[in-house]
Design a protein around this ligand. Structure first.
Ligand SMILES: CC(C)(COP(=O)(O)OP(=O)(O)OC[C@H]1O[C@@H](n2cnc3c(N)ncnc32)[C@H](O)[C@@H]1OP(=O)(O)O)[C@@H](O)C(=O)NCCC(=O)NCCS
Length: 219
């Protein structure tokens, strides 16, 4: 079932549906932020990195037409600041989805991403009726770990060699949130200063384990 992509706003932050005509501006922003984004960028294990922004927008829109994704552009005071993508939307007894995001370096540090994640999560819980949202983050990505800490996503575990990022399979820390934890909304809970402390704390065992790559046999 196709899912309509809404426009969501809080203060200077707007999430709006991505469109094919955003390709040129998005490509400019992606190119200007190459070194900022490269370390964290999802890559394909089967093909070299593609810089075809129109093709990647088409693919995001195709996922939204099948109901498995919500691709947003993030704007700050009307300027293109980054992207937030809700992906892997599943229904039935799982009723879950994942969130990925980035903002350009010049927009970092203004709580744009936590605001965007809170807006998207509240929409997915309250309007779509999803039950669980997940965010997976490389152990080295301190700024992104702050995003889940600010909002109170719960640490759920270390996933070994989980996502292909910047040319290799990388370990990730998984964080989750379920709808009944945030009945008044994620955004409201954060703004009211009621995020339970320690939700996103990674246990010592996983943190230590993540410092040592899984031993794998050479091809
Ligand atoms: C991770 C990311 C999305 C955070 O977005 P954001 O809108 O800057 O989020 P916040 O404003 O809440 O900042 C989070 C933390 O980043 C750090 N930070 C702030 N400004 C920064 C800057 N200019 N450079 C690096 N880190 C910075 C701070 O530790 C901040 O925490 P604080 O608010 O407690 O000081 C952003 O850094 C980014 O796009 N990075 C590159 C892509 C990426 O990592 N995507 C996520 C993959 S899981």
């Amino acid at each position: 079932m196709p899912t309509a992509i809404p426009t969501l706003r809080e203060g200077a932050v707007t999430l709006r549906p991505i469109r094919l005509r955003d390709a040129r501006a998005l490509e400019r922003e992606l190119m200007a932020n190459r070194s900022w984004l490269r370390t964290w960028e999802a890559t394909s294990p089967y093909a070299p990195m593609s810089f075809d922004t129109r093709a990647s927008i088409r693919s995001l829109l195709a996922h939204s037409r099948t109901g498995s994704g919500l691709p947003f552009l993030v704007e700050y005071n009307g300027e293109l600041a980054g992207q937030l993508n809700v992906s892997s939307i599943t229904w039935g007894s799982l009723s879950s989805a994942s969130i990925g995001y980035w903002v350009g370096e010049q927009f970092a540090g203004r709580s744009i991403t936590p605001t965007a994640v809170a807006l998207a999560t509240d929409y997915c819980f309250a309007q779509l009726g999803l039950h669980r949202m997940e965010i997976c983050i490389r152990p080295e990505n301190a700024p992104s770990l702050r995003v889940v800490e600010k909002l109170g996503f719960r640490y759920e575990g270390l996933r070994r060699r989980f996502i292909h990022i910047n040319g290799a399979w990388r370990d990730h820390f998984a964080f989750g949130m379920v709808a009944e934890e945030v009945r008044g909304g994620v955004l409201r809970r954060w703004q009211d200063g009621e995020v339970p402390p320690g939700n996103a704390t990674v246990n010592e065992y996983d943190r230590a384990a993540s410092a040592h790559p899984l031993q794998v046999a050479d091809k």
